[in-house]
Design a protein around this ligand. Structure first.
Ligand SMILES: Nc1nc2c(ncn2[C@@H]2O[C@H](COP(=O)(O)OP(=O)(O)OP(=O)(O)O)[C@@H](O)[C@H]2O)c(=O)[nH]1
Ligand SMILES: [Mg+2]
Length: 305
């Protein structure tokens, strides 16, 4: 996880730890660092920002030889990385929102959207499992009425959490499935309705229109974009497009465990203004973790959190 970014930071740290730095050396090593970040899927704008932050901090230092100042170097890198990562605490922003709606007798409706195979269905069930761990009930709407096997896949996963799935026949109206699930939630006093939808690309106008309809009809409270960390920079463009079409509140970045580069996790929030609520870190139902600033910094800079 994040190996590419980790390497970029490690080689910069090596360079600036072992020599006395002149202005031109700073420029040279920071440029190498910037290019390494871009090669690891960090968006150019974010790589530029990181390079600028590192340069600014290095220039401020009044330490002639950095060899004895490993800690100073670490602080420079920490501060720079910190300037591009924003985090949300799902326990605070999401769970509290669900609880407050629940206390007013209203189920929270959460719509999951994203490209084909990004990790929506898995993330929906992981989310149900997460809510369960917080003492909150949920019901899942299988609003993917397109892909063969979608209902069976979702039911199979949901069984492991013991959560109910509402589904219709293939080819049915996905918005109607969502409405049925909302009614069922109201009737059974269930706190959250999680709507799983079919994967769609940002160029498929009909499917994007349908996604809008599901949102309008279900009157969803939260829209979560689920994307694949392995898609790198493409994720940024997808989030922007989905946001234009349907409005996104949060991002779940799935498959971070399989992403050896790590650029999308570093830059997607900065580039889109949308926070990462969770990252997917495996195929298990517990493999849904908040993107913690502290843990990302310690992973990238290679020390235990
Ligand atoms: N390693 C890993 N695999 C994941 C993660 N999340 C999902 N997957 C796998 O990615 C594949 C696709 O996941 P789905 O949840 O079916 O994706 P989807 O977005 O619902 O796909 P469509 O409904 O076809 O658009 C499955 O094999 C999942 O097991 C993750 O965090 N880590
Ligand atoms: Mg799916």
């Amino acid at each position: 996880m994040l190996e590419g970014i980790k390497k970029a930071f490690a080689s910069l740290a090596d360079r600036i730890k072992t020599i006395t730095l002149s202005e031109s050396e700073i420029k040279k090593y920071v440029e190498e660092f910037r290019l390494q970040l871009i090669a690891n899927d960090v968006a150019v704008e974010v790589a530029d920002k990181l390079a600028m932050e590192v340069t600014k901090r290095l220039q401020k230092l009044k330490v002639p030889r950095f060899s004895e100042h490993e800690e100073v170097v670490t602080r420079v890198l920490e501060g720079s990385l910190s300037s591009v990562i924003s985090e949300v605490d799902p326990d605070v922003s999401f769970v509290n929102f669900v609880r407050s709606n629940y206390s007013m007798g209203k189920p929270t409706v959460v719509l999951f959207v994203g490209p084909n195979g990004g990790g929506k269905t898995t993330s929906v069930v992981k989310m149900s499992n997460y809510l369960k761990s917080k003492g909150l009930s949920s019901i899942i709407a299988c609003s993917d009425t397109y892909r063969a096997g979608a209902v069976e896949q979702l039911k199979g996963l949901a069984e492991r959490v013991g959560v109910r799935v509402v589904s219709h026949k293939y080819g049915g109206d996905p918005a109607a499935v969502a409405l049925d699930a909302i009614e069922a939630a109201k009737a059974a006093n269930i706190s959250t309705v999680l709507i799983d939808t079919a994967g769609r690309t940002e160029v498929d106008k009909n499917l994007l229109e349908e996604m809008r309809k599901i949102k309008r009809v279900s009157n969803s409270d939260v829209v979560i974009y689920v994307g694949d960390a392995l898609a790198g920079n493409v994720v940024v463009e997808q989030v922007k497009k989905f946001n234009e079409y349907v409005g996104i509140d949060y991002i779940i970045l799935a498959k971070l465990d399989a992403d050896t580069k790590g650029g999308s996790a570093i830059s997607v929030s900065y580039m889109t203004g949308k926070p990462i609520l969770f990252v997917g870190t495996g195929q298990g139902l517990d493999d849904l973790k908040p993107l913690n600033k502290k843990s990302i910094i310690s992973t990238v800079l290679g020390y235990a959190s």
